[in-house]
Design a protein around this ligand. Structure first.
Ligand code: NAD
Length: 214
């Protein structure tokens, strides 16, 4: 049994990327892949690929490469991508609606089981996947009853901390926060933040540097 609690999160993120590349390669009928080729496809280097995969155990045959199917299965099992994870989402506005309706979550084993909002006009509204928007007062019971494991926050930033606390009180310790504030974290709770504008800031910085060099 591999203990992945000590695997650096940067490696985990890269391994999730390798998995996507491997699935693409498999769909093209390829059976074996070298660390060199996987590195090129994932824009990293072969030593990094070998190091990342070594956290998960012994894979590959020296001089031959990795069996694509076996590696996909092993990575999925180890990172938990071979099972279904139950999600709830709080704040069903533009972003929340787009996320619930997006095919990719279901394809990768993430299933939206419940959606909550504070706006009474939205209560009972059916979303593209068939679930209905519920009031916040039903959050605790619903999370327990449906054994939800991960909560997404897509409320305005002013509401996000309160929602994170409510999700925590309802027993959730895994939160994906899309609102642009840093949330206080309870002990044992993991909060991942997603902010496209941070990525855009990074690109804007590089663009500015390029302009200065001209
Ligand atoms: P929106 O105004 O369209 O939707 C917000 C929803 O949250 C509404 O349905 C509203 O009723 C609900 N809401 C407000 N207070 C609530 C509360 N206390 N409890 C439950 N629901 C509540 O906003 P949007 O455009 O969907 O954006 C949502 C959030 O996502 C914002 O914080 C925005 O800044 C952020 N955002 C992040 C990214 C990113 O890259 N991470 C991109 C776009 C938007």
């Amino acid at each position: 049994m591999v203990k992945n609690s000590k695997i650096p999160s940067a490696s985990l993120e890269r391994v999730a990327l390798y998995l996507r590349c491997l699935e693409e390669i498999k769909s093209k009928g390829e059976i074996v892949i070298s660390s060199e080729r996987l590195a090129i496809l994932c824009r990293t280097n072969p030593a990094q690929v070998r190091k990342d995969l070594s956290y998960f155990g012994e894979f590959g045959v020296r001089g031959i490469g990795y069996d694509v199917d076996e590696l996909i299965k092993s990575i999925k099992r180890i990172i938990g991508a071979d099972r279904e994870w139950r999600l709830c989402i709080v704040g069903i506005g533009n972003l929340g609606l787009a996320l619930v309706g997006h095919e990719n979550f279901r394809k990768r084993g993430y299933r939206f089981m419940a959606a909550f909002d504070i706006d009474p006009e939205k209560y009972g509204m059916e979303l593209p996947n068939g679930i209905r928007i519920q009031p916040l007062s039903e959050m605790r019971d619903t999370i327990k009853r449906l054994e939800i494991q991960i909560g997404l926050i897509t409320t305005p930033p002013s509401a996000a901390q309160e929602i994170a606390d409510m999700l925590g009180d309802a027993g959730l310790s895994m939160i994906l926060n899309f609102s642009p504030i840093q949330l206080r974290q309870k002990e044992g709770c993991i909060i991942e933040n997603v902010d496209f504008t941070v990525k855009l800031d990074n690109l804007a910085y590089h663009l500015k540097e390029l302009e200065q060099d001209e």
